[in-house]
Design a protein around this ligand. Structure first.
Ligand SMILES: Nc1nc2c(ncn2[C@@H]2O[C@H](COP(=O)(O)OP(=O)(O)OP(=O)(O)O)[C@@H](O)[C@H]2O)c(=O)[nH]1
Ligand SMILES: [Mg+2]
Length: 369
């Protein structure tokens, strides 16, 4: 699965506004491995309070966040799956993302045109879902055509695979016909594996982004309520953002100005922070830390990774020569205040090759050169 978050939605709902706010947050720029790959792809630091808490307890020269990639995809219109509005090209961009951040317009403003003439989040979500499902139906249809030949193949391995795939594709097709996303299907791990190389759009996880106006920042928007109902039905997460306000916050020069602005808006942190964290977690990504006098740093690993795999994120040599991981959880340090006390409390563990790293582990890798 590609490890990026695709910003998807109808035209003019605020996708690019949110994207540019995401990529223009220049806070502590020199400390972030931050860059914009091209106008539509941005690498964004993942906000993590635990980094600051670590830095307050362990003296260090610099603090480095981990990052996640966002892609701004142009709006899909009804008929996109038939190529309407360069739909095929935009759908291809969605195919390359790991999770869909579906931006839904939840603000009234007569000056900003809505493609369908009114604000109606349930209809808007359905419009996008239908286009994605139609595109998937086409993908499944093409695969089934090829399958016809494979089912007559003399190649035993190919034949066995085709026989296993045929009923799964039939189930997926029926399901999509009813307008339901592939991710809602109850399939076994093996069945999902058979579908993997189809890269179905509706199999991707989704998180909904309610683009509200300032009045809606307190969660009172009736539009947001509708999005939450849809999301609850799918078990999807919802993030509330005021795109316009976030864009203004992102342009402020100093942390002090940002803090004052947030307080005025009644926000504990920018909505973008939640979007970034939800996107990161939704991709199946987790964070571990390294902490020393030179730097305190957050690193990304895939949920379920072993200690040597996590070591490999830092350097392949760490993975190859892995001996063990000395680790404690960041919460233990926050509670006990010093590494000495963490050690005395028996919270510092020696973990071997089989250890599965947990989100929030602070790790010192021991390795052979
Ligand atoms: N009032 C208000 N206007 C917004 C907000 N977010 C975006 N807009 C405005 O809506 C218009 C469209 O915003 P974009 O961010 O370009 O929309 P988009 O979803 O990227 O549109 P496409 O790329 O055409 O699909 C712009 O005029 C924005 O200034 C918001 O939170 N509140
Ligand atoms: Mg745009």
């Amino acid at each position: 699965m590609p490890l990026n978050v695709g910003i998807v939605g109808l035209p003019n709902v605020g996708k690019s506004t949110i994207f540019s706010a995401l990529t223009s947050v220049q806070a502590d720029a020199e400390n972030y491995p931050f860059c914009t790959i091209d106008p539509n792809v941005g690498i964004v630091p993942v906000p993590d309070r635990r980094l600051e808490e670590l830095a307050a307890l362990i003296p260090t020269e610099k603090v480095i966040s981990t990052t996640v990639e966002f892609v701004d995809i142009a709006g899909l219109v009804r008929g996109a799956s038939n190529g309407e509005g360069r739909g095929n090209q935009f759908l291809a961009h969605i195919r390359e993302t790991g999770i869909i951040a579906h931006v839904v317009r939840c603000f009234d403003n007569d000056d900003i045109t809505h493609v369908d003439g009114s604000i109606d989040p349930a209809r808007d979500i359905e419009t996008i879902d239908i286009e994605l499902a139609l595109a998937d139906l086409e993908t499944v249809g093409r695969r089934r055509d090829r399958l016809e030949k494979e089912l007559k193949s003399a190649d035993k391995a190919l034949l066995a695979r085709a026989r296993a795939l045929a009923p799964v594709l039939a189930t997926v097709a029926d399901h999509l016909q009813e307008g339901r996303p592939a991710r809602a299907l109850d399939l076994s791990g093996e069945q999902w594996a058979l579908l993997r190389d189809l890269h179905l759009l509706t199999a991707k996880p989704v998180l909904y982004v309610c683009n509200v106006d300032e009045a809606g920042l307190d969660g009172s928007s009736p539009y947001e309520r509708i999005v939450r109902e849809v999301a609850a039905g799918e078990g999807a997460e919802v993030v509330r953002i005021c795109g316009q306000l976030e864009a203004e916050i992102a342009l402020l020069e100093s942390d002090e100005e940002r803090a004052a602005f947030l307080e005025d808006a009644g926000l504990a942190e920018p909505g973008l922070a939640q979007l970034i964290r939800s996107g990161f977690a939704g991709l199946g990504l987790r964070t571990f830390f390294t902490a020393g006098p030179k730097e305190i740093r957050a690193w990304t690993f895939r949920a379920g990774a072993t200690a040597p795999e996590a070591a490999g994120v830092i350097h392949t040599d760490f993975q190859k020569g892995f001996i063990r991981a000395e680790t404690y959880h960041v919460d233990d340090l926050i509670a006990l205040k010093t590494e000495q006390k963490v050690r005395e409390a028996g919270k510092l563990r020696q973990e071997g090759k089989e250890y599965r790293v947990k989100d929030g582990d602070v790790i010192f890798f021991k390795f052979n050169n």
